[in-house]
Design a protein around this ligand. Structure first.
Ligand code: NAD
Length: 510
């Protein structure tokens, strides 16, 4: 068995199962940095593979095209021939999706590992020579053990597998930079001779461009848990600053000033302290829920509740922001045109998974608003797909009646009562807001859910400016229907129910 692994120390052929946001960019960078390695990225989806082989890649990521076009057809190949790619590989990355389960045991919390299991069973069925299997997907702790069991239960005498954990830390929008200059590369594996050989073999691939001190070797479970922990900490930071933003809106404190002040503390640091409409993306919520489920399974209910609050706070923030829009629009959005700028979950990606925009649109549609949407990188089909997803609970006929997709920001906003910045695309900072103001109904409302606009300038133009975590415009209209009984104590109020009339009145520009 030992000899079987010694011959594999030099990796010549890598296969990646799953050509998504992780598999595609990660393997493109490996191909670029390791010209002696043949890299095959395979997927079940013919359309996705066709797109990887075309001039219009299936995902938008700054810098990705240049990397793919420089290696494709040389040592980088995209294919649906999964079996052939498995057979040829010395090392296989499993980069398939691990969404939150929508059915059965653990529904709404546990990760759905059916794609991981299917990939592992396929490897076991096809492989005729020993291989290193690398778990790149984000998985619960001990998933590598399950993969190992599936593989070893099906292995023949002279075929051996070593399973490693090598979680991916790239962030969409900056994936290429993150892959080129990673903060760290984690490799977890069995603490045996064969396990260490496999870890070293994978490390030798990364060493071709990542400084050795950034390649961290550890046991498999630490590696698996570190990925969940990192995403939980990042999500928690966003929920923490968003919780502070609710206090700011009720008191007159300014969330950007507060974030700056606390970020100056070197123990806290300044990154990831931007208040917003809430986090989105395919990972944060899923991975925190994954952690919550793990804690519940380990009979750690207090730890589970602690982390679950991070997700609840995120939902609260989205809802609170949508309520604020409705409140400001005289408590009715019915039949009003509202322009939503941005549908991707963050800038520089076309990914809409779990985007805050989906939920804000949902809440506005439930109020009967006509929502016009513009995003520089998200197609009309993708927006409609998200809004008519049965899990969202909107009537597809209502969506088609009330939602329009605009080709640019100006037509999106024309004749609108309000515009709402939901994604922090740079181009939204550069729009001609004087022109926009002229083309809107009055009073014209500007809602900045990403803190990217020049609020003083907008206020001077005449907009009623509403921003996450601060009060900008004074004297904004009273809701027609007060949302709180007059006796409610200021200190007991909850954010979403705050009416403008009951807020503390500090004015910055008014
Ligand atoms: N997207 C991110 O920013 C990011 C960052 C770090 C980690 N991750 C993790 O990486 C994993 C993949 O995420 P993603 O965003 O790339 O997902 P994705 O949905 O974009 O891609 C997954 C791909 O796997 C394919 N697939 C599923 N089962 C398959 C099988 N048996 N054989 C072949 N192909 C199969 C799907 O068709 C799909 O194209 C997830 O576990 C995710 O949590 C994602």
């Amino acid at each position: 068995m030992h000899n079987v692994f010694l011959i594999m120390v030099v990796i010549k052929n890598i296969t990646c199962i799953g050509a998504g946001y992780v598999g595609g960019p990660t393997c493109s960078i490996i191909a670029q940095k390791c010209p002696d390695i043949v890299v095959s990225v395979v997927d079940l989806s013919q359309s996705r593979i066709d797109a990887w082989n075309s001039n219009v890649l299936p995902i938008y990521e700054p810098g990705l095209e240049e990397v793919v076009f420089s290696c494709r057809g040389k040592n980088l190949f995209f294919s649906t021939n999964i079996n052939e790619a498995i057979e040829q590989a010395d090392l296989i990355f499993i980069s398939v999706n691990t969404p939150t389960k929508t059915y059965g045991l653990g529904k709404g919390r546990a990760p759905d590992l059916k794609y991981i299991e299917a990939a592992a069973r396929n490897i076991a069925k096809i492989a005729r020579k020993s291989k290193i299997i690398v778990e790149k997907s984000t998985v619960p702790v001990k998933a590598a053990e399950s993969i190992s069991r599936i593989l070893s239960a099906n292995q023949t005498n002279d075929v051996r597998f070593q399973v490693l954990s090598n979680p991916e830390f790239l962030a969409e929008g900056t994936a290429i930079q993150d892959l080129l200059i990673p903060d760290r590369v984690l490799i977890g594996g069995e603490q045996t001779k064969e396990g260490r050989e496999a870890i070293d073999a994978l490390a030798s691939v990364y060493k071709q461009w990542v400084p050795e001190e950034r390649i961290i070797k550890m046991n498999t479970w630490s590696s698996e848990l570190s990925k969940l922990a990192a995403n939980a900490f990042l999500a928690q930071r966003i929920s923490s600053i968003n919780a502070m933003s609710a206090i700011c809106e009720s008191t007159g404190a300014d969330i950007e000033e507060v974030a700056f002040a606390i970020g100056m503390d070197s123990r806290i640091g300044s990154k990831f302290l931007k208040a917003s409409v809430g986090f989105g993306g395919s990972c944060f919520q899923k991975d925190v829920l994954n952690l919550v489920y793990l804690c519940e399974a380990l009979n750690l209910p207090e730890v589970a509740a602690y982390w679950h609050q991070v997700v609840e706070m995120n939902e609260y923030q989205r809802k609170r922001f949508a309520n604020r829009i409705i409140n400001c629009l005289f408590n009715t959005a019915s039949d009003k045109k509202l322009a939503l700028l941005g549908f991707a979950f963050k800038k520089n990606t076309g990914d809409t998974r779990e985007s805050a925009s989906i939920y804000i649109t949902k809440y506005l549609l439930e109020e009967g608003a006509q929502v016009s949407i513009y995003d520089p990188k998200v197609t009309m089909d993708q927006i409609m797909l998200e809004l008519t997803d049965p899990d969202l609970g909107l009537d597809p006929k209502k969506v088609k009646r009330l939602v329009t997709i605009a080709p640019d920001a100006y037509s999106c906003i024309e004749n609108a009562h309000a515009f709402v910045v939901a994604t922090e695309w740079d181009e939204f900072k550069l729009l001609d807001y004087n022109l926009i103001y002229k083309k809107m109904l009055k009073p014209a409302f500007a809602f900045d859910g990403r803190l990217i606009l020049d609020h003083a300038h907008l206020h001077d133009i005449g907009f009623q400016v509403e921003v996450v975590g601060k009060i900008v415009s004074s004297g904004y209209p009273q809701p027609l229907t007060p949302t709180l009984p007059p006796t409610t104590s200021f200190f007991l109020m909850k954010g979403p129910e705050l009416s403008s009339s009951s807020r503390a009145p500090p004015t910055i520009y008014g």
